[in-house]
Design a protein around this ligand. Structure first.
Ligand SMILES: Nc1ncnc2c1ncn2[C@@H]1O[C@H](COP(=O)(O)OP(=O)(O)OP(=O)(O)O)[C@@H](O)[C@H]1O
Ligand SMILES: Nc1nc2c(c(=O)[nH]1)N[C@H]1C(S)=C(S)[C@@H](COP(=O)(O)O)O[C@H]1N2
Length: 175
């Protein structure tokens, strides 16, 4: 089974300044280890909410051959929340369905889910997916969209992902 290199990017002023421990980044890795059968090589970074730093990290993670890059934080309406802008600025194509579905599912948990502008897109051979900053949002959002991620990576020439079927039912329309 192919190894997959995955970027985990926490965009948070306070996590970057060590005001709080980055629980959300850890949640992302825990989720991926839990559902994926492939071995994972994480490329992990914490940056403050600054568009240029976020974009530079996307470029670094793409150069490091991350097939998937998952961000957390900076998706809301506050002045310093710029993760979706950084994502849109680097991406070659956007995949708005990811944000639509994650918001819809998140609304079952919190009415403020509509405040997240989280999105997804393709940058070179990487799929970038934004998640909100709240640690509890990580599993809720990833569970909602993960069944479509392996086929998306197939379509962009990425590694072949396999999941624990009892946790995520991967859907590949052509298989
Ligand atoms: N990476 C994280 N690890 C742990 N807790 C987090 C993280 N990100 C956010 N939180 C929690 O979720 C709450 C709401 O997130 P909020 O959107 O205010 O933070 P943020 O924008 O990610 O961080 P900051 O305001 O420092 O840039 C925070 O007050 C914090 O308790
Ligand atoms: N699943 C889920 N989605 C959620 C939340 C949450 O707690 N759970 N918080 C919402 C809130 S309060 C905000 S402000 C936005 C943006 O959060 P961010 O700026 O930390 O990315 O995500 C929203 N989406």
């Amino acid at each position: 089974m192919e190894k997959i290199i995955i970027g985990i990017l926490t965009c948070s002023d306070r996590a970057a300044a060590n005001v709080y421990e980055d629980i959300s980044g850890k949640e992302i890795l825990d989720f991926l280890k839990d559902v994926l059968s492939n071995s994972i090589e994480p490329v992990y970074q914490v940056v403050p909410d600054e568009k240029e730093k976020i974009m530079a990290t996307f470029r670094m993670m793409s150069d490091r051959k991350c097939a998937l890059i998952v961000t957390t934080g900076g998706t809301g309406p506050a002045p310093r929340d710029v993760t979706p802008e950084a994502t849109e600025e680097v991406c070659d194509k956007m995949l708005p369905g990811f944000g639509e579905l994650m918001r819809q599912v998140s609304l079952q948990y919190v009415p403020t889910a509509i405040l997240s502008r989280q999105t997804a897109g393709i940058y070179k051979q990487s799929l970038i997916v934004n998640l909100p900053g709240k640690p509890s949002a990580i599993r809720q959002c990833l569970e909602a969209v993960f069944s479509a991620i392996p086929y998306c990576l197939d379509l962009i020439g990425g590694p072949y992902l396999e999941c624990d079927e009892s946790k995520i039912k991967v859907f590949r329309p052509k298989s």
